[in-house]
Design a protein. Sequence first.
Length: 69
Amino acid sequence: MLKYLDDEELEIVSHEMGHGFGLVDFYQQPKPDNFKPCIMDAFTSSSVKDTDGWLLRRVLESKKKNYDF
């Protein structure tokens, strides 16, 4: 993946890094019609957006109870 950091595939690398943070492929999830683009909703955004931050917070909130943070 590192060889693509300066390449056009950076969108794919960013998306795959989201999986490393526990984010799922959001294009497979039901979502409202007005849901904003995000890197985890493949090909709707070429960069990380506020929606991705929301997704990450949701994942961390749901996982937090499993650990003693």
